[in-house]
Design a protein around this ligand. Structure first.
Ligand code: ADP
Ligand code: MG
Length: 242
């Protein structure tokens, strides 16, 4: 469904992605891990063109995302993106945060969009918070609203960039639970996360990155027990020691 082919990215002179190739199949959950600064955020941000690439190609369902006919706004509306920072609109209720994009981007009728938003809120366990404002919610609740908001555009793919890293520890579980539910429903997902329990339990594939290269791509059971690449071995043993 998503294919990276020899993707190269530079920030000025800095080589941030070094010939990255990989494939995410429909319905798969790929967890990207690796040390800080290894290029994980850069790689997932290339998928919806938040970061342009200089060489190589990225295809979604066979279509090159840099193709001349690709409308970047449409592309982004087809990819759900959840960041570390939830960035809900503070002056809008939870429900209005969720209906904003379906009404303005997809031109959905407001009544339908609100009904759908309520369903999504139920899915993330926050039906009772529809009329609350973001400031009245905990960080974990805000992140669950952000996930519902991303789902409101019915994207075939969801990208997560360290969705639990800004949360107090007691709120991590509720967000991972929602992500597990999505995975179970068959959503295609790329997740950058340090939650290795999630990776072990939910990922179909684990990608290990270091210094801009995708060094290992394996089954989670294999990756955590017997990583092949020496840098992946060090990464896994450091996690065990932590
Ligand atoms: P990760 O998400 O794995 O921690 P990033 O993809 O954020 O890594 O960053 C990879 C490298 O690219 C880092 O060395 C970072 O400093 C650099 N980098 C990221 N964004 C920019 C930018 N906008 N300009 C210059 N360098 C950047
Ligand atoms: Mg990052």
């Amino acid at each position: 469904m998503i294919r990276f082919q020899n993707v190269e990215k530079w920030y000025g002179p800095y080589h941030a992605l070094n010939s990255v190739s990989g494939e995410v199949k429909e319905g798969q959950v790929v967890v990207i891990c690796g040390p800080s600064g290894s290029g994980k955020s850069t790689l997932i941000r290339t998928v919806n063109r938040l970061e342009p690439i200089q060489k190589g190609s990225i295809q979604i369902n066979g279509q090159d995302i840099d193709g001349k006919s690709v409308d970047v706004n449409r592309l982004r509306s087809r990819i759900g993106f959840v960041f570390q920072q939830f960035n809900l609109f503070p002056h809008l209720s939870v429900l209005d945060n969720i209906v904003l994009a379906p009404v303005h981007v997809l031109k959905q009728n407001r009544t339908d969009a609100r009904a759908r938003a309520r369903q999504l809120l139920a899915k993330v366990g926050l039906e009772h918070k529809a009329d609350a404002y973001p400031i009245q919610l905990s960080g974990g609740q805000q992140q669950r609203v952000a996930i519902a908001r991303a789902l409101a555009l019915d994207p075939p793919v969801m990208l997560f960039d360290e969705p639990t890293s800004a949360l107090d520890p007691e709120m991590v579980g509720e967000v991972l639970q929602v992500m597990k539910g999505l995975a179970k429903d068959g959503m295609t997902m790329i997740c950058v996360t340090h939650e290795m329990g999630f990776a072990r339990e939910v990922a179909d594939r684990v990608w290990f990155m270091d210094a801009g290269s995708l060094l290992e791509e394996s089954d989670p059971a294999e990756f955590f027990v017997k990583p092949q690449n020496p840098r992946a071995q060090k990464f896994v043993s450091d996690i065990r020691a932590a």
